[in-house]
Design a protein around this ligand. Structure first.
Ligand SMILES: Nc1ncnc2c1ncn2[C@@H]1O[C@H](COP(=O)(O)OP(=O)(O)O)[C@@H](O)[C@H]1O
Ligand SMILES: [Mg+2]
Length: 384
């Protein structure tokens, strides 16, 4: 089970006081104490004589979003200290010795603020779903999906970004980004009735870029397969929480993937300039449009591993698939492999490599809504 109760970290100096406060906090059953590795939703900390340093620590923890809220407590009780505490962002000043009524009132207010924030967040978003799929295995779907998501996460104005891995058994997003997720969508599926912003944000793994990741379960571990209904509920909740949801669907064209295609704003079909891939691309286009799950105009073709002097030109490819190619990403095995092996995005391996610049241009063009333009302008965004 995923625990959605707010987590609280308590740091008082006196053991007796610590125990007393823990007892009050936990007795209502609405909160849990946070583990050392997670971000506490609330930190309750006692100020010492060294309060100047503690205030600046609190301020930086809040600024980095490493904690949700802070309550401070102190044996001394002067208004200057209290005022300074409020200035650095503490929400409450609890007196010592601990007063149960005061603590409970403060916790009620904390709970109210959380509810309010959640509702506001939900109202603020109507996320776009970008469904990424490959014409064949190994064409680079995960590479392009992960790098698109990372670039969006780096763009300040793109908002909050999530990635969902639909590749059961062989999901690789955590590997590409060196994150260790606690939960996957199989477990979230069992908690559908609790699906809201707070729940999702707690359950998803967070990359340092701010990207939120929902990896896939492995059938081999006995998790039931996803259903289209489950995908619909999950994506509906995600749309309320994030601005962009990037789905790495790989080769999947089963019920859940068809559902995400249907809910997508854009479908990115990744292919290579060779006959089998172009053949598959043509057939996939026909099937998707034929099924009526997606409109032709929502599908964008991306040629990966592009080589200028290839046997087949972009123009010939366009004629064979009877659709315009939206973007091409140059062949660069060295940079792409190094990115995978180091678990970092392409621009971190080599910001000046053509493959990184091309990914930046692709990201920029995709979210600016449309027509590909001269890629030069967008380079400056990521060129370092
Ligand atoms: N533009 C590129 N140039 C060269 N190699 C690439 C490129 N994009 C991806 N690759 C390589 O292709 C392989 C498969 O990539 P991956 O993203 O896992 O594909 P998929 O998700 O479609 O199976 C990896 O070894 C990756 O480094
Ligand atoms: Mg993949």
């Amino acid at each position: 089970m995923i625990d959605q109760k707010p987590s609280i970290s308590i740091r008082l100096r006196d053991r007796q006081a610590q125990k007393a406060l823990e007892h009050i906090v936990l007795s209502a059953g609405r909160y849990r104490t946070s583990s050392s590795k997670e971000r506490p939703d609330l930190l309750i900390v006692e100020l010492t004589d060294n309060f100047e340093a503690e205030f600046s620590q609190i301020e930086s923890l809040l600024q980095n979003n490493a904690i949700g809220e802070v309550f401070v407590t102190a044996a001394q009780h002067d208004t200057a200290l209290l005022r300074q505490a409020m200035r650095v962002g503490a929400k409450e000043f609890l007196s010592l010795p601990i007063d149960e009524i005061e603590v409970n009132n403060a916790l009620d207010a904390f709970q109210k603020r959380r509810k309010h924030a959640t509702v506001n967040e939900q109202a603020a978003h109507n996320g776009k779903i970008i469904h990424m799929m490959g014409a064949k295995g190994g064409v680079g779907t995960t590479t392009v999906a992960v790098n698109l998501a990372m670039m969006l996460a780096e763009l300040k104005n793109a908002g909050s970004i999530a990635m969902v891995d639909l590749n059961t058994v062989f999901g690789e997003i955590p590997l590409f980004l060196s994150v260790k997720p606690n939960y996957h969508w199989g477990q979230i599926a069992k908690n559908m009735n609790r699906l809201d912003t707070t729940f999702l944000l707690n359950a998803m793994a967070k990359h340092t870029s701010g990207l939120h990741i929902l990896p896939s379960p492995s059938y081999l571990n006995g998790h039931p397969p996803a259903t289209p209904q489950m995908m619909e509920q999950l994506l509906t909740a995600m749309k309320k929480t994030f601005d962009y949801i990037i789905v790495d669907a790989g080769l999947s064209l089963e019920g859940p993937a068809l559902k995400t295609i249907e809910m997508s704003d854009q479908v990115i079909l990744i292919s290579l300039l060779n006959l089998p891939c172009l053949n598959n691309t043509r057939n996939l286009l026909k099937s998707m449009i034929g099924l009526g799950t997606v409109q032709e105009g929502q599908i964008r073709i991306v040629i990966n591993r592009y080589l200028k002097n290839a046997d087949i030109s972009l123009k010939e490819a366009e004629e064979s698939i009877r659709k315009e190619i939206f973007w091409n990403i140059p062949n660069d095995y060295k940079t792409s492999m190094s990115a995978i092996n180091r678990g970092v995005p392409l621009y971190e391996v080599s910001p000046r490599a053509n493959i990184s610049k091309s990914m930046a241009g692709f990201t920029d063009t995709l979210i600016s809504g449309g027509k590909r333009k001269a890629p030069k302008k967008s380079w400056r965004l990521f060129g370092r």
